[in-house]
Unconditional design. Structure first.
Length: 197
């Protein structure tokens, strides 16, 4: 059945690009490399990351996780970057549930324990969101987090993601169902001061 609406981003647009290195305010987002496995294993051994991302990883699983990102890029379903701060892996940020036809993606992120408190996640989120609008051509980037995770709420708010509401019982965690806060930015939203040129 033909759609009466033109796709927001033509299918094939993402796969036609080489996944870029994205520079932000003191952070660099670059595609994951096999040598990053120890950082991924360390991250998913951290109790806070396990709590909010609901997984742990062995070394082999971390290798598979890294190897899966290029396939997701080519399939236009997701994209993942290592977040570098001071030249070292400090965290991850990724686009999930990419829907080019609707011009939409969801973002997820985590930061390694030794780099928390330096606003690494917020700076990475701002850089990725800017690229998602300016280069990929998305209309909307959204994120959701457990209502029990105020740190993630602060990251979203500082990066200019408007709070839209609470999705009741939407996130299944190890300790049961969590209500989730939904935040978003639109390509048409007013730029943040640090985004202004």
């Amino acid at each position: 059945m033909p759609s009466l609406a033109t796709p927001a981003v033509p299918p094939g647009s993402m796969a036609a690009l080489t996944q870029p290195e994205i520079h932000g305010d003191g952070v660099v987002l670059r595609p994951w490399r096999p040598a990053d496995r120890p950082s991924v294993v360390t991250a998913y051994a951290d109790p806070a990351i396990q709590r909010w991302h609901c997984r742990s990883m062995t070394d082999d699983e971390a290798g598979d996780w890294i190897a899966g990102w290029p396939r997701r890029w080519r399939a236009e379903t997701g994209a993942g970057w290592a977040v570098l701060h001071g030249g070292e892996v400090a965290g991850q940020i990724g686009l999930r549930r990419v829907d080019l036809v609707e011009g939409l993606a969801e973002v997820s992120y985590w930061v390694l324990p030794h780099t928390r408190g330096r606003r690494v996640a917020g700076r990475a989120l701002t850089a990725l969101t800017r690229w998602s609008f300016a280069t990929l051509g998305l209309h909307r980037v959204e994120l959701s987090h457990s209502t029990a995770n105020p740190a993630s709420c602060r990251v979203a708010t500082r990066a200019g993601f408007a709070a839209e509401g609470t999705k009741r019982g939407e996130g299944r965690h190890a300790d049961g169902w969590h209500d989730m806060h939904l935040h978003s930015r639109l390509a048409t939203d007013r730029p943040l001061p640090e985004e202004a040129s």
